[in-house]
Design a protein around this ligand. Sequence first.
Ligand SMILES: *Cc1c(COP(=O)(O)O)cnc(C)c1O
Length: 386
Amino acid sequence: MRAQMKGNWMNSGRSWMKRTWAEVSMERLEHNYHALRNLTPYGTKFLGLVKADAYGHGAVPVAMKLEELGADYLGVACLDEAVELREAGIEMPILILGCTSSIYAVELVKYDITQACYDLEYAKELSAIVSKTGSELKVHIQCDTGMTRLGFLCHEDTMEKSAQEIYEAVNLPGLVAEGIFTHFSDSDGSEEYTMMQFGRFLDIIDRVKALGYEFAIRHCANSAATLLYPATYLDMVRPGIVLYGHLPDAAMDPDLCDLVPVLELKSRVATVRDVPADTPVSYGRTHTLARDSRLAVIPVGYGDGYCRGFSNHLSILVNGRKAPITGRVCMDMCMVDVTDIPDVKEGDVVVLYGNGQPVEEGAEVMKTISYELLCVLAKRIHRIYL
Ligand SMILES: *Cc1c(COP(=O)(O)O)cnc(C)c1O
């Protein structure tokens, strides 16, 4: 990995500087971290989500920064993501929120990783393997209060049964049940549903407590709940997208917290050309020039995670002005109309996502959320850490 990085830097002549890159601002990440920490009372723990390569920002550098800033926990989706962080030297606690086959129980222990435990059968499998080796595995009990994805089912009519099962799970040999958590499915939408989920979560915690077990870390607040519902903070918050400076839903009030986008996606004009009226542009001839035009070729395409759906529907900032994408976005290139923008020349830096051209605008075109556009940024795009 190190040799490969060195190779890129030394042999390429830094050719990425001529193509498309992502600038990731560690200062902005730090700003967002402090803005979020300032929302929570002193003593509330902070788990930073770094799954999916830190929402496309690069998991190792982001995790290193969060460790340096004093975050309490990191959250990832799977074992590979956790091991990547450990091998990079990250020492702080890491929680895997998704499924890890129990055949990897020994690896979980070896790398000192905390695993979400989502049913009794799974708890027994982990316990059987871990207790045989005489070691201990940290787990957080996951409760399904209405997301309907993973966890002990905590509906009103399954609450007592789940309390019994959780109590049995936390007492299994080899398992150390440090925490308990649930996940909100609509905290950026319905307050009523979120509070119903929160009520179920408090109920299951109380019932397990009545049976004789108390958890050190109870957590449920994702980004939206961290912004909107302080009552849900309990012992730890678990924000993801807001750490990277984006709201979970673009319609939410931006004044809830002072957040700044961490990533800017930039490229350079590869070449500029003058093309006569009535000429079709790009695959499928979806756009025909209405007038004599000047087009700039931008070296970014869907092979970089820059969506083909942007074709004819989004702009790129060229010299601070919006240049419409003309015709289809190709795998490695797209064309923008710069007829009305003076003095555009090869090498000019352009902004694909960033100040003046927010990723949210692209998300709206794609009828999706900022999360997805950030996560799909390809490996080919070099991340530069500022
Ligand atoms: C992804 C995830 C989060 C963070 O969600 P955001 O909306 O990005 O804050 C929190 N908890 C769980 C279980 C998740 O999977």
